[in-house]
Design a binder for this molecule. Sequence first.
Ligand SMILES: [Zn+2]
Length: 120
Amino acid sequence: MSFDDVELNLKNQYTLCCPACGSAWAHHGAVTVYTRREEDGAATKTCVLPDGTVQQNIGKHHNPSGRRDGLAIQFYCEQGCGPIELTIEQHKGICTLGWRELTDPPAGTLMLPKARMRTA
Ligand SMILES: [Zn+2]
């Protein structure tokens, strides 16, 4: 079997809603990628900040995967929820998708100005 035998069809465009309140008014911010040269090895954290700059190994490491690679995308909800992260975790050969609270965002990562928040 080759990868050419596998086809991914996305028939719809899905709206990503806030996991806390269900609002569709969510915005993404910093994107963090955790990579390892080998399973269980030390992870390198690469973060693309909202202003486009790239930093490595800033703040604490919160790799969604305990042993492999991971990805985390910050989100802020216009209803005031967050910060939260959408995560992709490699675990035993599969990838899982999930949400988690982000309790200590590194300095310089997304902080949506209150003035831009939707007021109901
Ligand atoms: Zn929300």
